[in-house]
Ligand binder design. Structure first.
Ligand SMILES: Cc1cc2nc3c(=O)[nH]c(=O)nc-3n(C[C@H](O)[C@H](O)[C@H](O)COP(=O)(O)OP(=O)(O)OC[C@H]3O[C@@H](n4cnc5c(N)ncnc54)[C@H](O)[C@@H]3O)c2cc1C
Length: 358
C-alpha cells in the first residue's frame, strides 16, 4: 500500500467491545493526534488516552491565544486553540477513539498473541487496554515549575500558563522568567496594552535577544539579576519585593520558569533513557522495548509542533508496516539492528581499551 493511500475504518465497528486495539497512543498533543490520524487512515483501530480533559497538548494548554506563525499553510498565523481543534476534528472524523481524564500508569508485556503480535497491556488510571503497538506521545514538559513565594498568596491572578486575553487587558503584569516562553508572554501582554515588569533571575535572558529588545522598546520594565524576595496581597494588588530591594505593584503575575520533566513516567515504562531523561529511540521511532514507539518532545532535540506532527506520522507508518509486516522492511530493520549492535560493541571496546591504557 502506498504511504499516502487512505483506507477508512468501518464506521459500523463496535469500538466499545474490541478485544484488543491495533494501536494505543498515549497523549493527545500534536504528536499523538497526528499519529492517531495516520493509523486510523490505515484502517487500524486506534485509541488515544489523554490525561487532561481536552485534546491539543501544549498549544491548547500553554498558549491557546498565541498566534503561531511557523505552521506551513497558515500565512496569517493560527492560535494554539484553533490549531488543536482542527487536528482533533480530523482525528475524530477518521474514527480515532479518545479517553480523556485518563493517565498512563504503565505498559505490561503479555503472553497473548494476535495475528503474530504479542499483545501489550496499557494500564491507565481508569482501566486496561490490550493492543498490538503503543505510541508514547506524552511530551516532556508535564508540569510548569512553581514559584512557592507566589503560590503562598493563593491568588487566581498568579498564572503558570497564559491567562485568557480578557483577564489582563490593560493591566499591570509581572512576567517571571527569561526564556522564550516568558518573553512570548511579555509580548502578548503588551499587545493587549498591559504594562510588563519582566523579572529575570540571571544576568542575561536565555530567550531570543531580539524579542527582549522588542519588549523593552514597547516600554517594559526589565529587571535582570533579580528575583522575587517576598510577595503580599493588598486590596487585589500584589506587592512584590525584589532581591534588589525595590518593589513593584502588579495585578497579575505570569510565571514561566520551565517545567518539571516527565522522567518519573518514563522510568515506570522501563524503556532506555538518555542522560537528560528523554526516551532513546531508534531510526524507526521504536524504543528499547519492541512494539513501543516514542514521538514528539519525549525524545526530540527540536521541540516544534511541525516536528511532533512529522514524527507522529512516521511512527504511525512504521507501526503500520510492522503490523502488515512486509518482508523488505523486516530485513532492512534486522540489518540496521545488527549494525547498531556492532557500533555499540565497538564503542564499548574502545572505551575499555582507553580505560586500561590510562
Ligand atoms: C510557551 C510555548 C510556546 C511554543 N510555541 C511554539 C510555536 O510557536 N511553534 C511551534 O512549532 N512550537 C511551539 N512550542 C513547542 C510545541 O508546543 C511542542 O514542541 C509540541 O506541543 C510538542 O508536542 P507533543 O505532542 O510531543 O507534546 P505535548 O504538546 O506536550 O502533548 C503531550 C500530551 O500528552 C498528555 N499526557 C502527558 N502525560 C500523560 C500521561 N501520563 N497519560 C496520558 N496523557 C498524558 C498531555 O496532557 C498532553 O496533552 C511552544 C512551546 C511552549 C511551551
Amino acid at each position: 500500500m502506498a504511504d499516502f493511500k487512505v483506507t477508512e475504518l468501518d464506521p459500523e465497528l463496535d469500538f466499545g467491545n474490541l478485544s484488543y486495539w491495533d494501536v494505543v497512543i498515549i497523549g493527545a498533543g500534536p504528536a499523538g493526534l497526528t499519529a492517531g490520524l495516520t493509523t486510523a487512515h490505515r484502517a487500524l483501530t486506534t485509541l488515544i488516552i489523554e490525561a487532561k480533559d481536552k485534546p491539543g497538548g501544549q498549544p491548547q494548554f500553554l498558549y491557546a491565544d498565541k498566534r503561531i506563525v511557523d505552521i506551513p499553510g497558515f500565512p496569517d498565523g493560527i492560535t494554539g486553540e484553533e490549531l488543536s481543534a482542527r487536528v482533533y476534528r480530523q482525528a475524530v472524523d477518521a474514527l480515532v477513539q479518545f479517553r480523556f481524564n485518563e493517565e498512563l500508569v504503565t505498559i505490561e508485556d503479555t503472553k497473548e498473541i494476535e495475528k503474530g503480535d504479542t499483545l501489550k497491556r496499557v494500564v491507565t488510571s481508569r482501566g486496561e487496554y490490550l493492543c498490538r503497538k503503543v505510541i508514547i506521545a506524552v511530551g516532556l514538559l508535564h508540569f510548569p515549575r512553581k514559584l512557592p513565594i507566589l503560590d503562598a498568596l493563593d491568588s487566581k491572578k498568579v498564572h503558570y500558563k497564559m491567562p485568557k486575553i480578557g483577564d489582563y487587558e490593560g493591566e499591570s503584569v509581572a512576567v517571571v522568567g527569561g526564556g522564550d516562553s516568558a518573553l512570548d508572554a511579555a509580548v502578548m501582554v503588551q499587545q493587549r496594552n498591559g504594562r510588563v515588569h519582566l523579572i529575570v533571575r540571571e544576568e542575561e535572558q536565555a530567550g531570543k535577544a531580539d524579542t527582549l529588545e522588542r519588549v523593552r522598546e514597547a516600554g517594559a520594565d526589565v529587571r535582570l539579576s533579580t528575583e522575587i524576595a517576598s510577595a503580599t496581597l493588598e486590596g487585589g494588588q500584589m506587592k512584590l519585593t525584589l532581591t534588589d530591594e525595590t518593589s513593584i505593584d502588579v495585578e497579575h503575575a505570569i510565571v514561566q520558569i520551565g517545567f518539571l520533566s516527565a522522567k518519573d513516567t518514563f522510568q515506570r515504562l522501563n524503556v532506555r533513557l538518555n542522560e537528560d531523561g528523554s526516551i532513546v529511540i531508534d531510526p524507526y521511532f521504536e524504543t528499547s522495548r519492541k512494539g513501543i514507539f516514542a514521538v514528539g518532545d519525549v525524545h526530540g532535540d527540536i521541540k516544534l509542533v511541525t516536528v511532533a506532527w512529522a514524527e507522529g506520522i512516521q511512527a504511525a507508518i512504521y507501526a503500520f508496516k510492522e503490523i502488515t509486516s512486509p518482508y523488505w522492511l523486516n530485513e532492512k530493520r534486522l540489518r540496521d539492528l545488527k549494525i547498531s549492535l556492532i557500533g555499540e560493541k565497538l564503542a564499548s571496546d574502545a572505551s575499555q581499551l582507553s580505560k586500561s591504557r590510562s
